[in-house]
Design a protein around this ligand. Structure first.
Ligand code: UGB
Length: 611
């Protein structure tokens, strides 16, 4: 329609490709040259951008979309012909001797590990305005998710002993990139070297308006294509296209550990999972949780493919039960003698073996197992209720591995309590018998896990107190929070605390920051916060502390509240100086409370603010 004169050579080539792929609707409504030329230019720029940010370009995207949309229309089952069986893996009892053994193996393996945080999701389900990694994990320490993750990696680095700085890649998106970068910069990278952290930004992909894979134009702007996120599976293509994975492998990285944006407990499982990967040489190892049969969480299953090969992979819960029934499991997905489904719950925390991972990405360029999920208008399965797009999930990576690959799992119950759902959705989940995965459960589960670890180590922990926040019934254990430098592994905890000489009342709040803190004996009924700088070695010996402490108070709906409080349904009342705070900002050896021998050579004491 005369607009060819506006096209550069590069644009001409792309437009021709699109016309060949039946996308002429993108340009049909263009007015003659001279009218709306800027808008036309904007559409061309957007198409170039979409072309450059998809492996193989827009032409490949449209071809993949046509195939997947046809499979969807014809109702093709992705697991057609696959025969399921119980997968092989390691079930570890958190805190057991075996668990500790694998943690130690994992610490040694972590010298050659790199970490990947996928944090491109905005968290619409949570209904939070900010980025999720900036949310506080719990209100005792008020540390945000990103700080907990980075401190955990730094603690592993310190424990592993080598001089290497363990690298961290964070996948961001247009929604989260600038705010993630600012959070890192404003907090001096939470103690990492800036060069240790690489941000990889994922781009959105074009939407599709019908089963013929026509790109969807914006309803209000015929010069813009609608776009939507492509999913967390983008992380594979980005690690490949950025060359980062190759650089890591060249620098000696052997293991790559992936985790999600709001699971503060993940590092309770990562060292053990690294240990399992190292012991069994797993190409892919999924950290998993015990899963009740039919629970609404994907199950990891071993599948025999129609070609005879094997695939161990996550099968979404709605597909698992029918797949089992179709293959001779008369009752489908049912609990075994352990009281749980033999198919453990996928939580999307993965450990991949770097060399086989890199080889698989070389082969696939990171485009692995895309899918499409259109919402059809009617049974003819042609028209959509709204535009759709191709998506991909990081846990589908085994599709990119050869059939001979070793794929397993590591079950650790303590390693998962993500913050994903708004209070309303959380209540609905809980009512349906599912974990609520809310800001409320995310926080109380940290205390529950820490108290469980202390109890296993021999401490007397009182409680829990049954409470209700945001309409959710929870068990509130003493609010115990420690930094990863104090204890990352279970053995660290046992080495730092003589647990048999520790009692916490049900109202106790204990916050520990500092690698050099040791607790010989403690009886706490109230709040105790210990902050010890690097190099400050502090021994608590014979401390009996009682004070009014901090209170976890349900919110009064008529009073002002922050977004972070509203999503939990509680706030912490720290009225006045009701806590014992011990601060050791300088290097040295300290004992608290002061002993008769204080002041003697080698023993310094620090006066703390006691109220
Ligand atoms: N994410 C991105 O980085 N980019 C994206 O485009 C999308 C997400 P959700 P989801 O833990 O129980 C996953 O939205 O996808 C990041 C598994 O697929 O929280 O619904 C995002 O920032 C599912 O099998 O979860 O479900 C976040 O860090 C099950 O394991 C992460 O990806 C489920 O998690 C996950 O995104 C679960």
């Amino acid at each position: 329609n005369g607009n060819e004169v506006l096209l550069t050579e590069q644009n001409k080539e792309l437009v021709q490709q699109l016309l060949d792929l039946d996308q002429s609707h993108l340009f049909l409504s263009w007015p003659p040259p001279g009218e709306k030329d800027n808008e036309k230019q904007q559409l061309l720029e957007q198409l170039q951008h979409l072309d450059q940010n998809y492996t193989g370009g827009l032409a490949t995207y449209i071809k993949n979309a046509k195939q997947l949309l046809e499979d969807s229309r014809s109702g093709k089952n992705a697991f057609e012909g696959f025969v399921p069986s119980v997968p092989k893996g390691k079930k570890l009892d958190f805190g057991s001797e075996e668990f500790k053994e694998f943690e130690e193996l994992g610490v040694a393996a972590s010298k050659e590990a790199a970490f990947v945080l996928v944090a491109g999701g905005l968290g619409e389900r949570l209904g939070y305005k900010g980025i999720k990694v900036a949310l506080p994990t719990e209100l005792a320490s008020e540390k945000c998710f990103l700080q907990v993750y980075i401190e955990s990696i730094r603690a592993l680095q310190a424990k592993a002993g080598g001089s290497a700085q363990l690298p961290l890649a964070i996948m961001t998106s247009g929604d989260t990139h600038a705010r993630t970068e600012a959070l890192l910069q404003d907090n001096a990278y939470f103690g990492m070297q800036p060069g240790q952290v690489t941000l990889l930004k994922q781009e959105k992909v074009a939407c599709l308006s019908d089963g013929e894979a026509h790109l969807a134009l914006d309803a209000n702007n015929p010069f813009a294509v609608q776009t939507k996120p492509h999913g967390h599976g983008d992380v594979h293509a980005l690690l490949h296209s950025s060359g980062l994975l190759k650089r890591w492998v060249a620098a000696g990285v052997r293991w790559v550990a992936f985790f999600q944006d709001t699971n503060a407990l993940v590092f309770r499982g990562i060292p053990a999972a690294l240990g399992v990967s190292a012991r069994y040489g797993y190409d892919m190892n999924s950290l998993a949780v015990p899963r009740k049969a039919k629970e609404a969480i994907g199950g990891i299953a071993s599948l025999q493919r129609p070609d005879g090969g094997h695939l161990t992979i996550n099968v979404e819960y709605n597909l698992l039960d029918p797949l089992l029934r179709a293959n001779g499991w008369a009752d489908g997905d049912v609990n075994d003698a352990s009281g749980y489904s033999p198919f453990p719950g996928n939580i999307n925390q993965l450990v991949l073996k770097a060399d086989s991972y890199a080889a698989a990405l070389e082969e696939t360029e990171g485009i692995i197992a895309e899918f499409v999920n259109p919402k059809y208008k009617d049974d003819s399965r042609t028209a959509f209720k709204s535009s759709t797009r191709l998506e991909c999930m990081m846990q589908d990576f085994p599709h990119g591995l050869p059939p001979t690959a070793a794929v397993g799992f590591t079950v650790v119950w303590a390693a998962y309590s993500p913050v994903k759902n708004s209070p309303d959705d959380a209540r609905a989940k809980a009512a349906g018998g599912n974990p609520s995965h809310s800001a409320t459960s995310g926080e109380v589960d940290i205390y529950r896990t820490n108290c469980a670890a202390l109890r296993m180590a021999g401490a007397r922990i009182e409680g829990p107190e049954p409470r209700e926040f945001n309409g959710l019934s929870v068990d509130l254990w003493p609010r115990v929070s420690w930094s990863p430098f104090f204890a990352l592994t279970f053995s660290d905890l046992e080495a730092k605390i003589d647990a048999a000489s520790v009692r916490l009342s049900k109202d106790a709040v204990l916050v520990i920051n500092g690698a050099g803190v040791r607790i010989k004996s403690l009886d706490l009924d109230g709040t105790l916060v210990i902050d010890a700088a690097p190099g400050a070695e502090v021994v608590l010996d014979g401390l009996k502390a009682q004070n009014r402490g901090w209170k976890w108070q349900a919110l009064n709906p008529n009073k002002e509240m922050t977004e972070e409080q509203a999503m939990r349904g509680f706030k912490v009342c720290r009225k006045g100086e009701t806590a014992l705070k011990l601060e050791y900002p300088t290097e040295g050896k300290y004992v608290y409370p002061e002993k008769a021998d204080a002041g003697k050579e080698g023993v310094k004491t620090e006066r703390a603010a006691v109220a």
